[in-house]
Design a protein around this ligand. Structure first.
Ligand code: FE
Length: 287
């Protein structure tokens, strides 16, 4: 048998999630796709929030000072401007199309506040777990302005912005060997199709935020509408096709850690004792 001829197995929609309207920070309205009761986690992903509103009152209070320990927060801004500051003296401005991949590691305290008083604010925050060996690592940032996020055009009518992962010869800037993440912002013109092979064994989801796509093989492809997330299963070959409008989605995947998760709010550790220690360290100012 010629193994080179083996094709990746097509992915299918294992389940669809619509998310839960909630609020976080000082009252920012958002939709929680991962991390709510429907889908508590999708190893290594702990949380996915979409924020998207034209109403300043939905975001103006922002996310004042709060801690994180034991994982990574990934902010991808589509519209709007958000300023972040942490207690180690790091500060930056997230502009439309930029990404901040923050490794909280052993801990930091930061704020994320809107740098605008009106207009649209739209984007995603994803939490990615760290393996036990990296939970107490030094905090660090991988932050990229939009002009540093490469764009691939792998098929006619298909444009892919690469935050993490690889499409042909184009490679996204994020480096994280622990979970080997893929984070693609995929735009499909109406009727156009694209197929993409994810790394084998990764957990994966597609969240559609404009238009609608079908996911899966022609015969049993499933429709995924805007504001729906498809948890992918089955195989690694993701087959996407836009409906009769232009569509846009994020396609995200990562290697599962398969470790115990003990989480409470902004602390995600492996054991109860580590979780208790996180509270003590935070209260005693060791972040
Ligand atoms: Fe935060």
């Amino acid at each position: 048998m010629n193994t080179a001829s083996i094709q990746p197995v097509p992915a299918r929609v294992a389940r669809k999630v619509r998310g839960m309207a909630t609020s976080d920070g000082a009252g920012v309205k958002l939709t929680r796709m991962i991390g709510g009761p429907d889908l508590p986690d999708l190893d290594p992903f702990l949380l996915l929030d979409e924020f998207g509103t034209d109403r300043a009152e939905d975001y103006i209070a922002g996310f004042p000072s709060h801690p994180h320990r034991g994982f990574e927060t990934v902010t991808y801004m589509l519209d709007g401007r958000m300023r972040h500051k942490d207690n180690h003296g790091n500060e930056g401005l997230l502009t439309p199309g930029s990404v901040q991949w923050m490794t909280a590691g052993r801990g930091l305290v930061h704020s994320e506040m809107p740098e605008q008083e009106s207009g649209r604010m739209r984007g995603f925050q994803l939490w990615v777990n760290l393996p036990a060996r990296d939970k107490m690592t030094d905090p660090k940032y991988q932050e990229f302005a939009p002009d540093r996020i490469p764009v691939a055009t792998p098929a006619p009518g298909v444009t892919v912005k690469l935050i993490a992962g690889r499409v042909g010869e184009v490679i996204g800037p994020i480096v994280q060997p622990a979970t080997d993440p893929v984070y693609l912002d995929v735009s499909l013109q109406s009727g156009k199709a694209w197929e993409y092979a994810l790394p084998e064994g990764h957990s994966a989801f597609a969240y559609v935020f404009e238009g609608a796509v079908t996911v899966g093989e022609a015969d049993d492809a499933r429709a995924v509408d805007a504001q729906e997330m498809a948890v992918l299963g089955g195989g690694a070959l993701v087959q996407l096709r836009a409906g009769n409008r232009d569509a846009r989605l994020i396609l995200v995947a990562g290697r599962p850690l398969r470790e115990p998760v003990m989480r409470h709010g902004p602390f995600v550790m492996n054991t109860r004792q580590e979780l208790m220690q996180a509270f003590v360290d935070f209260q005693e100012g060791r972040f």
